[in-house]
Write a protein that binds this ligand. Structure first.
Ligand SMILES: [Zn+2]
Length: 178
């Protein structure tokens, strides 16, 4: 059974004043920017947005996102599952100018209109959570890594190596090559 969809938009300042909490599923197919970073359009995303105010009366939203996505492994290029669990609290501000006045500990969510786009917010959070480089954990993929790491033809022993490095650091050592 899939959960009810998360509302796409909400009057976010009213929600903050009321302390509203909304939650539900977000359709991956509608998140076009996120979709570009994925290896498959299959996936499950659920999110919870809890609105409120801090002691300075700033409107806040704590967004909790849980997702099962598929990305391409950067080593073997095979699709691999990626589970994301994230939670972030953002201050709802009306402009970039107001965003700049926030303490560094608070990320801004700029909502110029009355309605905030919750799906957009969830998409932003997910894009931030996707690792730039993801490797899968299968044996086949790890063997691929070993193949890259073929030992050199004349491997140096542990005792030999530091001595040779010192030799090259000596002044005049390069003269031998002339
Ligand atoms: Zn891989």
């Amino acid at each position: 059974m899939s959960p009810e969809p998360l509302p796409t938009t909400l009057d976010v300042r009213k929600a903050a004043a009321r302390g509203s909490v909304v939650s539900g599923a977000v359709e991956l197919a509608k998140l076009l920017r996120l979709r570009e970073a994925l290896a498959s359009g299959e996936g499950i995303i659920t999110a919870r947005c809890a609105f409120g105010r801090d002691e300075e009366s700033r409107a806040l939203v704590t967004v909790t996102v849980s997702a099962e996505l598929t990305v391409a492994c950067q080593r073997c290029l095979q699709p691999m599952p990626l589970a994301i669990e994230s939670e972030n609290t953002l201050a709802i501000v009306g402009s970039d100018e107001m965003a700049k006045q926030l303490p560094a500990s608070l990320d801004p969510w700029v909502v110029a209109e009355e309605q905030g786009d919750l799906w957009d917010l969830v998409e932003d959070e997910l894009i931030l959570e996707i690792p730039v480089v993801a490797y899968c954990d299968t044996d086949a993929c790890k063997q691929l890594l070993d193949a890259y790491r073929q030992p050199p033809e004349t491997p140096e022993t542990d005792g030999d190596n530091p001595f040779k490095v010192l030799e090259q650091l000596k002044p005049g050592a390069t003269q031998q090559e002339n």
